[in-house]
Design a protein around this ligand. Structure first.
Ligand SMILES: Nc1ncnc2c1ncn2[C@@H]1O[C@H](COP(=O)(O)OP(=O)(O)OP(=O)(O)O)[C@@H](O)[C@H]1O
Ligand SMILES: [Mg+2]
Length: 504
């Protein structure tokens, strides 16, 4: 076995109102992938941010090559050969791709000016090496979530660090990009790098891990070699109890059609998209990333325009093409990138939850604060949101708990149709189940859900029907009794049975 590259000993860290880490001992070998697992709020990101110099530990020591080091900020971390991909996408929207890659380390020429030619050359080379095809001059705000995430990965790798921390790197990228990343990780390993990898996706974890450490409530529960532990054991150690069925879907009697889209088209994005949703139904949208699912939902919700087509709610046309019009008609959407569209990070949990529906709590022109708080408390308890208080800024919650706040925000709105785009992204296994149960109870009161997800097992487990999109069109629809992974993938990739037969 290779030697220990990184070790932390007796690390402690508290934030106001929470002990995030207590007495953490943990080490990573050279040339291996060490996976860190744990529920939302377990302390994974906090530990990584300590290693990367974002936070200072209250106690404890970090060792590199068995020598104690003090890391005060991410720049020093890089000098020690550490780089990190952060869980929350933090980028400056106005910067271009090349500026964003080189911010903080722009090369200067002999006259002390930024050498933009070199920046361009190195950017092109990096993009090329990784097989990515975007222009160095595109602005970050014009990139999709998955492109931004790929750039973050690229940036971390470009420092040629010996220790690379990846905090949920695949939460927003396509399957193809995941494969690219995994190949890259293999290469980095071969060159002797140590990778610390955080993920909630068990299949990924078991594919790439050499060792697995499980954190729970700020403590290390166990470290095991991948071959000495099963998925079920990891989950049980993470949550500290046995879990209910993975997909607790209730059987429901479907009612009449409550929502319908006919011939929706936005040239260059999606074409002739028609579908319907019935009362008590959970309808899934599957497809590869880029198939146009999010674009359709955004258009329906009034975030983007569409050039033709009609939307009906309870048989009546929704004429308004604005977000407000949509909400007034009882249709709301939970968006894909919570930081872009979902929350105001510097504001508190309470404010974020009630923001979209404050008028509910106004009486004779005054805010009924007690009623507001009751509502927030109720919904947050139902969803098991871990927060020191309801005034805590959402920014300081763990990633998964931020996602739950976004969900809570829309639940309070009491919509009839809930559109959920990647609702369980970044959410731990226990909380996922809470969300599935919420979905069940939501539709049981004559409502309906449209869910876009890249996690096929989730769609297969929770939906009554699945529409599959490919290249901006509906490629087909499946009833629950016909659900299989293969059937969905065939439609999604546009390879029909006949074509396959012809090829053989
Ligand atoms: N900047 C901060 N200020 C206050 N509290 C914080 C801050 N960062 C983290 N915490 C708290 O520390 C605890 C651990 O959070 P952390 O982000 O490390 O969890 P995590 O394991 O990464 O979870 P997730 O899977 O949701 O990303 C949580 O209770 C969180 O609310
Ligand atoms: Mg985290």
């Amino acid at each position: 076995m290779e030697g220990i590259k990184l070790r932390v000993s007796n690390i402690e860290k508290s934030f106001p109102g929470v002990k995030a880490l207590s007495n953490i001992n943990f080490s990573v070998r050279a040339g291996t992938v060490h996976v860190l697992c744990g529920e939302n709020g377990a302390g994974k990101s906090t530990l990584m941010k300590i290693i990367n110099g974002v936070y200072k530990p209250d106690k404890g020591t970090v060792f590199i090559d068995e020598k104690p080091v003090i890391i005060n900020n991410p720049i020093q971390a890089r000098e020690h050969g550490i780089s990190m991909i952060f869980q929350e996408l933090n980028y400056i929207p106005e910067l271009t791709v090349e500026e964003s890659l080189f911010v903080g380390r722009l090369p200067v020429n002999k006259w002390g000016k930024v050498d933009w030619k070199q920046v361009r050359r190195e950017t092109m080379q990096l993009l090329d090496e990784e097989g990515l095809h975007y222009s160095p001059t595109t602005r970050m705000k014009d990139l999709s979530v998955s492109d931004v995430q790929m750039l973050e990965i690229l940036k971390a790798i470009s420092y040629r660090s010996e220790i690379i921390i990846m905090d949920e790197p695949t939460s927003a990228i396509t399957q193809k990009e995941v494969e690219l990343l995994f190949k890259k990780i293999e290469k980095l390993k071969k060159n002797g790098a140590s990778i610390i990898y955080i993920s909630h996706k068990m299949d990924e974890i078991f594919r790439i891990a050499d060792e697995i450490t499980i954190l729970r409530d700020g403590s290390v529960i166990d470290t095991r070699s991948r071959d000495d532990i099963s998925i079920d054991e990891v989950i049980t150690l993470m949550v500290g109890r046995e879990l209910s069925k993975e997909f607790p879907k209730d059987q429901v009697e479907l009612g009449e059609t409550v929502f319908e889209a006919k011939g929706l088209t936005r040239k260059g994005y999606f074409e002739d998209v028609s579908f319907h949703v019935r009362k008590r139904e959970i309808v899934g949208f599957a497809g590869l990333m880029g198939a146009g699912r999010t674009e359709v939902m955004r258009a329906i919700f009034g975030l983007d325009p569409y050039s033709s087509g009609t939307i009906y709610k309870d048989g009546k046309e929704i004429k308004s093409k604005t977000v407000h019009g949509c909400i007034d008609n009882g249709v709301v959407m939970l968006s894909e990138d919570r930081r872009r569209y979902g929350i105001i990070p510097i504001r508190g949990v309470r404010e974020n939850v009630t923001l979209a529906n404050l008028k509910k709590f106004f009486y004779k022109g005054r805010l009924h604060a007690r009623k507001e708080l009751m509502f927030v408390k109720n919904i947050c308890e139902q969803m098991n949101v871990k927060t020191p208080s309801y005034e805590t800024s959402v920014d300081s919650l763990s990633g998964g708990n931020q996602q739950k706040v976004v969900l809570a925000k829309w639940m309070i709105n009491d919509p009839d149709i809930l559109i959920m785009d990647e609702p369980t992204r970044g959410i731990d296994v226990g909380a996922k189940r809470e969300i599935y149960k919420l979905m069940n109870s939501f539709v049981s009161s004559d409502k309906a859900i449209i869910i876009v997800s890249s996690e096929l097992p989730e769609l297969l487990g929770m939906c009554d029907r699945i529409y599959v999109m490919s290249k901006g069109r509906i490629a087909g629809v499946l009833e629950r009794k016909d659900f299989t992974q293969e059937a969905v993938m065939k439609m999604a990739t546009g390879v029909s049975m006949e074509e396959e037969v012809n090829e053989n």
